[in-house]
Design a protein around this ligand. Structure first.
Ligand SMILES: Cc1cc2nc3c(=O)[nH]c(=O)nc-3n(C[C@H](O)[C@H](O)[C@H](O)COP(=O)(O)OP(=O)(O)OC[C@H]3O[C@@H](n4cnc5c(N)ncnc54)[C@H](O)[C@@H]3O)c2cc1C
Length: 496
């Protein structure tokens, strides 16, 4: 591996999902020079795959208080109300800004937003673009803006290997790209490296979502929290590992969840039936499957033209699996989808390390608690990226030295094996015995970022001896009021 000339910039953005793209644009629009490095292409991200949309208060009769209340109810007692207020109140302004940047949200012929409804939302509140291809539509518009902005220097296929820190602050990161290791020095470093659900065998996430940024921050001494809270989406196509997601927007349009006998099992499980929050639907399906049953999405009672017009990409995905979204019962089962935990930040996206910010799915801002409300994550990307850039540029950045380069490349993680272990032992249903056996197995692997993040998840899951939100313990099935708090991971080199 050769060493390349160091790069210097004001803002270093790591990751090019919607959090990173929007942050890069926000910084450039404030006159800062930006380096935007991403380990794949600009299109390789969870963001690009987002389907249902962005939640925001834009409808007459909706209110910040209602959006906040739905978010907090979904979060099962662990949301930070101040962070939730920041999230929901920032929505309308960010939506207007996205439209100014060229994003077109779907509207009806009269020009009003066509708003969708998803689980846990008390009303229609979800903006979408291109039907259920919202992520690609927004990312496409932002990528065009990034490419046209001379202040933003994009480095694709360039991965952050380590943060450049002197123990006091962050001075940038060490980047590996095209066989060269280089230091990127920056006044402000922003991690936007996404979540870690590709560490599970059954997942809706693309393969790169392995929690790199969380590992980097944790190794540098940043506070990481709530890693046990993984959201298992209830309705990914059944069968196989990487699973095609059937957005819950289809349930918002009236799709039913039925068992093999055609019975709508959610009607007995929750007053909102199919529109119950995700953790409830996932648990109900898990229980059905444990009893030898199967779950299906059924859209056959809906108008076929409406279904195909509203969800063209979901219809195409089903077609690839030999299914007709409007005419067949679609077999579904849970899959790892979203990491609520991550790098702890304050309301400005600042981490516990000076000069280091974290936004998007790699961050734990406090808005999601133990169970994210649908379509709040894209909103979080925009609201908190905007705030982090404002705060970081106003603060003037860290005065830190980069420290030495990483001394050795980490081992390659045994990903297929690790994913199977994570799914079987720390998946939708957990218990002490399985988590202990997972931690033993992980402890026997050489150090790597995926192994480290998997250990953080497994150890946090073992510590939380209750069931709450996305975290379901078969040996502690109830929620324990005394555990209604966020927990931080012990520092590296202590026993996780
Ligand atoms: C199928 C699917 C559908 C979804 N639908 C919705 C939805 O409708 N609404 C909603 O709100 N949320 C949805 N989500 C969740 C949402 O997409 C994500 O939470 C959100 O996009 C995360 O954005 P991000 O920018 O934080 O991370 P990502 O979009 O995952 O981007 C992470 C970026 O970091 C880069 N990266 C990772 N490691 C490194 C490294 N070491 N060095 C450099 N770069 C690195 C990656 O290459 C990528 O560019 C969905 C998720 C999936 C998987």
């Amino acid at each position: 591996m050769a060493s390349a000339t160091p790069v210097r910039t004001e803002v270093l953005v790591l990751g090019a999902g919607l959090a990173g793209l929007y942050a890069a644009l926000a910084a450039a629009r404030r006159g800062a020079d930006v380096v935007l490095a991403t380990k794949g292409s600009l299109q390789a991200s969870n963001s690009y795959m987002a389907q249902g949309g962005v939640a925001a208060v834009v409808a007459d009769g909706d209110s910040f208080a209602q959006h906040a209340a739905d978010t907090i109810a979904a979060g099962r007692g662990l949301c930070d109300p101040a962070a939730v207020d920041v999230l929901v109140q920032g929505g309308p302004e960010r939506i207007a800004d996205l439209e100014g940047l060229g994003v077109t949200f779907d509207r009806d012929p009269a020009g009003a937003y066509r708003l969708g409804r998803e689980g846990g939302h008390g009303r229609r509140r979800i903006l979408h673009a291109d039907g259920a291809a919202t992520g690609a539509a927004i990312a496409g518009a932002l990528i065009a803006r990034v490419a046209a902005n001379p202040r933003i220097h994009v480095l694709e296929h360039t991965a952050a290997l380590a943060l450049a820190t002197d123990g006091d602050g962050c001075a940038g990161a060490w980047l590996l790209g095209h066989d060269e290791l280089r230091l990127a020095r920056a006044r402000m470093t922003l991690l936007a490296t996404g979540g870690a659900c590709a560490l599970f065998h059954r997942t809706t996430n693309p393969p790169g979502a392995t929690g790199d940024g969380i590992a980097l921050a944790y190794r540098a001494g940043a506070t990481v929290r709530d890693m046990e809270f993984v959201q298992f989406h209830p309705t990914a196509l059944a069968g196989g590992g990487r699973a095609f997601l059937i957005s819950e927007a289809v349930r918002g349009e009236g799709a039913h969840l039925v068992d093999a006998a055609g019975c709508r099992f959610m009607a007995d499980a929750h007053p909102d039936a199919e529109l119950a929050p995700r953790d409830v639907v996932t648990r109900t399906i898990e229980a059905l499957v444990a009893d030898g049953g199967e779950a299906f999405l059924d859209l056959r009672h809906l108008d076929r033209d409406h279904v195909l017009d509203r969800f063209p990409n979901l219809a195409a995905g089903c077609r690839r699996a030999g299914l007709d979204l409007a005419a067949d019962r679609i077999p579904v089962a849970p899959a790892a989808h979203y990491l609520m935990g991550g790098i702890a930040t304050d309301l400005e996206g600042a981490t516990s390390i000076a000069g280091l910010y974290a936004v998007g799915e790699c961050a734990a801002t406090g808005v999601h608690g133990a169970n994210r409300l649908a379509s709040n994550s894209l909103l979080e990307c925009f609201v908190f990226s905007h705030r982090a850039i404002g705060h970081g540029l106003d603060a003037g950045g860290a005065v830190a030295e980069p420290g030495p380069p990483p001394v050795r490349p980490l081992a390659r993680a045994p990903l297929p094996e690790l994913r199977r272990h994570m799914w079987e032992l720390a998946g939708p249903v957990r218990d002490e015995e399985r988590l202990t056996s997972l931690l033993t197995w992980l402890g026997e692997r050489p150090d790597s970022n995926p192994v480290l993040v998997a250990r953080l998840i497994a150890a946090a899951a073992r510590r939380r001896t209750e069931s709450r939100g996305g975290h379901l313990r078969r040996d502690f099935p109830d929620t324990d009021r005394d555990q209604a708090r966020s927990t931080t991971c012990p520092p590296l080199h202590s026993t996780v």
